[in-house]
Design a protein around this ligand. Structure first.
Ligand SMILES: *[C@@H]1O[C@H](CO)[C@@H](O)[C@H](O)[C@H]1NC(C)=O
Ligand SMILES: *[C@@H]1O[C@H](CO)[C@@H](O)[C@H](O)[C@H]1NC(C)=O
Ligand SMILES: *[C@@H]1O[C@H](CO)[C@@H](O)[C@H](O)[C@H]1NC(C)=O
Length: 365
């Protein structure tokens, strides 16, 4: 870290801020920064800044259990899974949304070095998924942040910083939803073709991040999205929509193979895949053992399973929020996200493989 301090000492206007920053870095177990990419499972408020976006959560009852009951844009009653992962890694919560810092110069410099969240609710791996910041846009934004960093650090210093940082990516679910809305009964060949396209696009994005300096990838897989209250509300029997769950499993399996392949070809690349699929499946299978009592109906929303209407200020919401798996028609509660964070950070290979996030943090670079 000495190299950074020396270099940054030549920037008097931001020195105080940065000195403070280094104390925090020291507490963060050697991880200088987290960079987050993905969809609403990871968004902490980027969509608040997108006037045209319909995928927003910066209003009550979202945030009812966040400090000061603040609706931040997180699709949760409190924190989301990325916040909990960030806490385990040694930070207070997720880094701030890219769009909240993009216009503030001091924040830009500090945030570039300390971490930024680029995730945007509604987005997917494919550019055609959603109408918000696509993964392509998110990576372009990271490239800008990185190039601004190198106006204050040498390329080598930036590379060192990034190689110790964790790149968290939580995406794929919206691509599967979108595909399902176009074809709700794909045959085997169609499913394979779709997954192949999805994973080869994922590969392209990950290589791009690697070329920009990312080395430690903390991936989060796709949960059994067919069991969310919204798909359940579409099912005549009220059961999970199997096609969505099958596509999720197929995608997760293909991602595992992809990451293994990339780790063999990209020098110095390390990864962990956290399985939100395993976490949610376990909660659905045996909720009582971990204090959850409701796994079908969302806490906040309306209609069947509270899955037909979104969680708006008009919607009703439950009081026992720490006993629900789902907060709204598509997203987990603070309580479920906390369990996921715990399992993915320090859990067994069922929940994170080939190593867990803690081991990824501790790997030497
Ligand atoms: C990067 O730096 C340039 C020049 O200082 C500035 O105009 C731009 O807004 C910055 N972008 C980001 C994303 O920090
Ligand atoms: C799957 O559906 C496509 C049409 O979308 C069709 O051409 C193909 O023959 C089908 N394959 C199988 C194995 O049924
Ligand atoms: C919410 O309630 C207000 C006032 O009660 C009403 O004007 C508005 O249309 C409702 N919005 C929705 C989305 O139901």
């Amino acid at each position: 870290m000495a190299f950074l301090l020396t270099k940054l000492a030549s920037l008097p206007s931001v020195l105080c801020l940065l000195t403070f920053l280094f104390w925090e870095v020291a507490g963060a177990d050697g991880v200088p920064a987290i960079y987050v990419f993905g969809d609403s499972t990871a968004d902490v408020g980027n969509n608040n800044y997108l006037p045209g976006s319909t995928a927003k959560a910066n209003f009550p009852h979202n945030g009812v259990d966040f400090p000061a009951k603040r609706p931040t844009g997180r699709f949760s009653n409190g924190y989301n899974g990325i916040d909990f992962l960030a806490m385990h890694i040694g930070f207070k919560r997720s880094p701030p949304p890219f769009l909240s810092i993009a216009s503030k110069i001091h924040h830009r410099i500090v945030s570039g070095i300390k971490g930024v969240n680029f995730a945007s609710g509604g987005s997917g791996i494919l550019d055609s998924t959603g109408d918000t910041m696509s993964t392509t846009n998110q990576i372009e934004n990271f490239a800008t942040v990185r190039s601004n960093m190198t106006s204050h650090l040498s390329e080598m210093q930036a590379d060192q910083l990034l190689s110790k940082s964790i790149f968290i990516i939580s995406t794929g679910g919206n691509d599967i939803f979108d595909y399902f809305l176009q074809n709700n009964a794909p045959n085997v060949t169609e499913k394979e073709k779709f997954i192949t396209t999805l994973v080869s696009t994922y590969k392209y994005h990950l290589e791009k991040l690697y070329n920009l300096g990312a080395r430690k990838f903390g991936m989060v897989d796709v949960p059994p999205i067919g069991c969310c209250p919204f798909p359940r509300s579409l099912s005549p029997t009220g059961g999970c929509l199997d096609v969505l769950n099958e596509l999720s499993l197929q995608f997760n399996k293909a991602t595992m193979a992809l990451m293994h392949e990339l780790s063999l070809t990209l020098k110095g690349m390390k990864y962990s895949i956290g399985s939100s699929n395993a976490v949610v499946s376990n909660i659905i299978r045996s909720p009582a053992t971990i204090g959850i009592k409701e796994t079908k109906t969302a806490c906040c929303g309306g209609g069947k399973f509270n899955g037909e209407l979104s969680c708006t200020p008009n919607a009703s919401f439950c009081s026992e929020r720490n006993r629900y798996l789902f907060w709204d028609k598509l997203h987990p509660t603070h309580a479920a996200s906390k369990l996921a964070g715990l399992a993915i950070y320090g859990g067994s290979p069922e929940f994170a493989s080939p190593i867990n996030f803690k081991q990824l943090v501790e790997e030497d670079d």
